[in-house]
Design a protein around this ligand. Structure first.
Ligand SMILES: O=C(CO)[C@@H](O)[C@H](O)COP(=O)(O)O
Length: 229
C-alpha cells in the first residue's frame, strides 16, 4: 500500500480465511494486485479454537501463487510441532498465541532457529504485558480485536484502548523493530481509528474477500488512511 501515517509504514495483510477456496489463486492474485503487502494465514486445530482450517501443504501451494511474504497465525495448541514443516514451506513469519503454550520463550527461540521471523498474538482478555519479556525475540505483536476462531466477527471496541496500551509498551521499551498488528473486524470504516491508536499492520478477511471487488476495497482503505482528520 505504501502509506505512512504518524511516521509509521502501514501494511495490509489479507486473511485468506475469508477467501473462496475454490477461487483461491484468483483471489490471492487480485488482492496482491490491489495493494496487499503480505498474506495472513489462519491455522486452526479445533482445540485452541473451535474451528479447523489448513496446514503447511496449503502454504506450499500459496508460495507458487504470490511472491509476497506469508505469515502464519497459529491458533493451535503445541505450536512447536508444526514449526519444521512451516520452515520447509518457506514461511516468512510464524505468530503463536501466548495463551497456547506454557513455554513461549522456548517456542519463539525455535521459530528463530529455523530461520523464520516470530510474532506473539494475544486474545482479547490477555494483558499486553504478556509480550514484555520476549520483545527481543519477535518482530510483531498481534492484538486480537475479536475472539480468535472465525472471520466476519465484530470489532471489540475495548480493543482501541488495548492497542494504545500496546503502543505505549512498545515505545517505552524502545521496540521500534516490533510491528503492532491488529486482527478481527477491521474495515475501511474503522481502520483509521485503529491506526490512530498505534497499529501499523492490519489483518482484513471479510472486508477484502467480501462482496466488493478487491480493488474497490483497497481504494476505500487508502482513502480512509490518507484523508485529513
Ligand atoms: O484470526 C482470525 C480469526 O480468528 C482473523 O484473521 C479473521 O480471519 C479476520 O477476519 P475478519 O474479522 O477481518 O473478517
Amino acid at each position: 500500500m505504501a502509506i505512512s501515517r504518524l511516521g509509521r509504514e502501514l501494511l495490509i495483510a489479507p486473511s485468506i480465511l475469508s477467501a473462496d477456496f475454490l477461487r483461491l489463486g484468483e483471489q490471492v492474485r487480485e488482492a496482491a494486485e490491489a495493494g496487499a503487502d503480505l498474506f495472513h494465514l489462519d491455522m486452526m486445530d479445533g482445540h485452541f479454537v473451535p474451528n479447523l482450517t489448513f496446514g503447511p501443504p496449503v502454504v506450499e501451494g500459496l508460495q507458487k501463487l504470490t511472491s509476497l511474504p506469508l505469515e502464519a497465525h497459529l491458533m493451535v495448541l503445541r505450536p512447536e510441532i508444526y514449526l519444521e514443516d512451516l520452515a520447509s514451506a518457506r514461511m516468512h513469519r510464524v505468530t503463536v498465541h501466548a495463551e497456547a503454550t506454557t513455554h513461549l520463550h522456548y517456542v519463539l527461540g525455535k521459530i528463530g532457529s529455523l530461520g523464520m521471523k516470530a510474532g506473539v498474538a494475544i486474545s482479547p482478555a490477555t494483558p499486553v504485558g504478556m509480550v514484555e519479556d520476549v520483545l527481543d525475540m519477535i518482530d510483531l505483536v498481534l492484538v486480537m480485536t475479536v475472539n480468535p476462531g472465525f472471520g466476519g466477527q465484530s470489532f471489540i471496541t475495548h480493543s482501541l484502548k488495548k492497542v494504545e496500551s500496546m503502543r505505549t509498551l512498545l515505545d517505552r521499551a524502545g521496540a521500534a523493530h516490533v510491528r503492532l498488528e491488529v486482527d478481527g473486524g477491521i474495515k475501511a470504516g474503522n481502520i483509521s481509528r485503529v491506526a490512530d491508536c498505534g497499529a501499523d499492520t492490519f489483518v482484513m478477511g471479510s472486508a477484502i474477500f467480501g462482496e466488493k471487488p478487491c480493488e474497490t476495497v483497497f481504494g476505500e482503505i487508502r482513502r480512509a488512511l490518507t484523508s485529513e482528520r
